[in-house]
Design a binder for this molecule. Structure first.
Ligand SMILES: NC(=O)c1ccc[n+]([C@@H]2O[C@H](COP(=O)([O-])OP(=O)(O)OC[C@H]3O[C@@H](n4cnc5c(N)ncnc54)[C@H](OP(=O)(O)O)[C@@H]3O)[C@@H](O)[C@H]2O)c1
Length: 308
């Protein structure tokens, strides 16, 4: 295996990771999966060249496997929408990204032959709860828990740039896929004729099709001009009301039963505020500036393809 094409991926077994590893393999990279469960990873990512036992820690035996790799792509993290955010889970959300990234950067620093590129996950939650203002990569960060988490996550990643590794943080929006993630959760109420927007409905939802999410990660990996944060969102974010109306239209169902925000707050606490009741209108300025052509720039064709 040529070291020049070896790419280490954490979080490879997740929604984005699996699709990314397939694309990396197709493009001729040798994928080295870092997973907490290498046996499960063999099933989830069968095309990988190697499977390494990895843990969220500042160091470990896995660190040696980074020596000589061409790139590291870090997507690991406890699920943001996985459960109600109590203090223990917030710690897990935080450590699984911040401590994990710190460990990877330390391993890159100690490598005899350092990777050329580091691509780190991040999220549009970086911008916090926003109004209608369109946000590009230069917009200011928010102040809530998720914004602080993303800021700290990106700061850990940026340390790799200081040691001469080209680094990019992919600020991901809501990734649309039929089987997993936010869209899969939305389908059931619409199927049962009880779908509708989350009130107030005017909050923005910055979505991206999984194909373009992978495309923008590949851009960050392969385009040497890309440094720092890059938004991974479609160029046409929607308000929650419009998103629900389009989804209903594509499914041939009504969008009539609004979901009150306070009910979601009661059910899901702080997580409802960050992910459902508030939003941000994020634009993929840097990706477009670097010539990225979206496969799904608008919502209706994206949903039609996913739900056909
Ligand atoms: N999907 C979205 O809409 C979206 C939006 C914004 C940002 N993002 C970010 O993009 C990254 C990838 O997203 P995804 O949707 O592919 O995530 P995912 O499906 O939830 O998978 C994440 C992966 O991270 C690892 N992981 C899970 N819990 C962990 C923990 N407690 N500690 C360490 N590792 C853990 C797992 O890999 P192993 O079990 O193999 O170790 C898992 O397969 C995440 O960091 C996520 O926050 C995603």
């Amino acid at each position: 295996m040529s070291d020049q094409r070896r790419v280490v991926v954490t979080g490879a077994t997740g929604l984005i990771g699996r699709a990314l590893c397939k694309k990396l393999h197709e493009r001729g990279y040798a994928v080295m999966v870092f997973s907490r469960s290498p046996d499960k990873a063999r099933q989830a990512v069968p095309e990988a060249a190697e499977y390494v036992a990895w843990q969220v820690a500042e160091t470990g035996e896995w660190a040696a496997a980074i020596d000589g790799a061409y790139a590291v792509i870090s997507l690991a993290g406890a699920s943001i929408a996985g459960q109600r955010w109590n203090e223990t889970y917030k710690r897990e959300l935080y450590d699984s990204r911040i401590v994990a990234t710190r460990g990877l950067v330390k391993a890159m620093e100690q490598a005899q032959t350092k990777p050329k590129v580091f691509v780190s996950g991040s999220a549009v939650g970086y911008y916090g709860w926003c109004d209608d203002t369109p946000l590009d990569e230069d917009a200011a960060p928010g102040k809530d828990f998720l914004a602080q988490l993303c800021m700290d996550w990106e700061r850990e990643a940026a340390a790799a740039e200081q040691i001469g590794i080209r680094t990019s943080m992919v600020r991901t929006g809501i990734v649309l896929d039929k089987a997993e993630g936010a869209l899969s959760q939305l389908l059931l109420p619409f199927k049962m004729f009880v779908g509708g927007p989350v009130l107030p409905g005017k909050q923005w939802l910055s979505w991206i099709h999984l194909v373009d999410q992978v495309g923008i990660i590949m851009l960050a990996l392969e385009d040497e001009r890309v440094h720092g944060p890059i938004n991974a969102t479609a160029p046409t974010p929607q308000t929650n009301r419009d998103f629900s109306a389009t989804l209903a239209h594509v499914m041939g169902r009504p969008s009539w039963l609004p979901i009150p925000g306070f009910g979601l707050q009661l059910l899901f606490g702080e997580m409802a505020d960050a992910l459902l009741i508030h939003g941000q209108r994020v634009l993929p300025h840097k990706a477009q500036e670097h010539g990225y052509q979206f496969t799904y720039p608008t919502l209706e064709p994206a949903l039609q393809k996913l739900l056909s």
